[in-house]
Ligand binder design. Structure first.
Ligand code: FAD
Ligand code: FES
Length: 247
C-alpha cells in the first residue's frame, strides 16, 4: 500500500473538504485511487489535483467518507492506485459539466479554453468557484441561490453545443441520465465519469459492474456511445452488500 502525509486540508463547502499530499506517480484526469479508511475498508476517490502535489476532494455522505474527512495535516493517508481509464485529452474548446462532488474528477481538465458548468443544491455547496482558470464558469443551483435555477439538462437545452470539441460530465447518476438524451441528440463527443460501489478496484469482485461492464478497470470514464448502450445506467446498481437496488 502507498502512503503519504497530508500537507494541507482545505474546507471547500460545508460538506466537502480537499486534502493535499505529495505523490510522484503520474496520474491522468479521471483516474482514481482506493483509500483505506481504517475499520471500514477502502473507498474510491478521484484525484482532484494530478500534479506532484496531489489532491482528493471528499464529500461527507456516509460514515466512511465522514471518517476520511477527520484526517488532519501531518496524518498519513494510505491508498492503492492509480486505477481506471482516464478522460480522453482534447484540444480546443471544452465543456465541463460537474454536479456536487463530481466536480472533483473534472477539476484537472480545467484550462483557459474551458467553459465549466458547476451545479449543486445551493450556493454554499458549489465547488471550486473563484479558483478555476477557465474561460467561463456558469453556476446552477436547485434552489436558485446562485446562477440558473434548475438542473444542468434544463440549462444546456438553450446552449449551442456545437462550438465544443468535447464535453466531460461527472455527477449524480440521475443528473447524467437526464443529460444523456440531450447530448445524444446534439451529436457531440462526450465522456462521462460514472460511480458504482467499488470494493477491490482491480476487476476481481464485480461490485462495480453495469451490464457486465466493469467500471474500475474499463471505466470509470465512459464514452457517450458506450453509455447509451448500458441498460442499467440510471436504473439499477448494486449496494455495498451486492443487492440490486434502484438508482
Ligand atoms: C471512481 C469513483 C470516484 C469517486 N470520486 C469521489 C470524489 O472525488 N469525491 C467524493 O466525495 N466521492 C467520490 N466517490 C464516491 C465515494 O467513493 C463514496 O461512494 C462516497 O464517499 C460515499 O461513501 P460512504 O461510504 O461514506 O457513504 P455510503 O454509506 O456509501 O452512502 C451514504 C449515503 O450517501 C449516498 N451517496 C453515496 N455516494 C453518493 C454519491 N456519489 N452521490 C450522491 N449520493 C451518494 C448513499 O446513497 C447513501 O444514502 C467516487 C466514487 C467512484 C466510484
Ligand atoms: S471494484 Fe471489484 S471488480 Fe470493480
Amino acid at each position: 500500500m502507498i502512503n503519504s502525509t497530508i500537507v494541507e486540508k482545505i474546507r471547500e463547502t460545508p460538506s466537502t473538504i480537499t486534502f493535499r499530499f505529495y505523490w510522484e506517480e503520474k496520474v491522468l484526469p479521471g483516474q482514481f485511487i482506493m483509500i483505506w479508511v481504517p475499520g471500514y475498508g477502502e473507498i474510491p476517490m478521484s484525484l482532484s489535483f494530478t500534479g506532484k502535489k496531489k489532491g482528493i476532494t471528499v464529500k461527507a455522505y456516509g460514515v466512511p467518507s465522514r471518517k476520511l474527512q477527520e484526517l488532519e495535516p501531518g496524518d498519513r493517508i494510505f491508498f492503492m492506485g492509480p486505477y481506471g481509464k482516464p478522460f480522453t485529452e482534447s484540444h480546443g474548446k471544452r465543456l465541463l459539466i460537474g454536479s456536487g462532488s463530481g466536480m472533483a474528477s473534472l477539476l484537472p481538465l480545467v484550462n483557459q479554453d474551458s467553459t465549466v458548468i458547476v451545479s449543486a443544491r445551493n450556493r454554499e455547496e458549489l465547488l471550486y468557484i473563484g479558483k478555476m482558470q477557465a474561460e467561463r464558469v456558469v453556476t446552477i443551483t436547485d434552489d436558485g441561490s446562485s446562477g440558473f435555477k434548475g438542473l444542468p439538462h434544463e440549462y444546456l437545452a438553450s446552449m449551442d453545443l456545437s462550438v465544443f470539441q468535447r464535453l466531460y460530465v461527472c455527477g449524480p447518476e440521475v443528473m447524467m441520465f437526464k443529460l444523456l438524451p440531450l447530448l445524444m441528440k446534439a451529436g457531440v463527443k462526450a465522456e462521462f465519469s460514472l460511480e458504482r460501489s467499488m470494493k477491490c478496484g482491480i476487476g476481481i469482485c464485480d461490485s462495480c459492474s453495469i451490464d457486465g461492464f466493469q467500471l474500475c478497470t474499463e471505466g470509470p470514464v465512459v464514452s457517450i456511445e458506450k453509455l447509451s448502450g448500458l441498460n442499467e445506467f440510471g436504473k439499477w446498481k448494486l449496494d455495498h452488500s451486492g443487492k440490486r437496488i434502484e438508482v
